[in-house]
Design a protein around this ligand. Structure first.
Ligand SMILES: [Zn+2]
Length: 79
């Protein structure tokens, strides 16, 4: 799966479920998504209107925390 995120929204944090360290990115659809490591972009583009850098994340390369979190059922619906 490919997720498109704004590069300038990258932030570090911890999972509220399992306390693992995370990298957060805001997707172009406005939803935030946590990853287990800093994202590797398989492709980049610039937003036509405001020129923000958008990275394409391949979730088989950069693993979504939702795929590995043992507590994912606690907060999946909250995001
Ligand atoms: Zn977690």
């Amino acid at each position: 799966m490919i997720l498109r995120v704004y590069d300038d929204t990258k932030g570090r944090g911890r999972c509220s479920g399992c306390d693992a360290p995370l990298y957060w990115y805001e997707q172009t659809n406005g939803k935030k998504h946590p990853f287990n490591a800093e994202a590797v972009y398989v492709l980049t583009e610039h937003d036509i209107l405001d020129h923000r850098l958008i990275g394409h994340i391949d979730t088989s390369v950069t693993i979504s925390h939702f795929a590995t979190c043992p507590q994912v059922g606690q907060f999946r619906r909250a995001r």
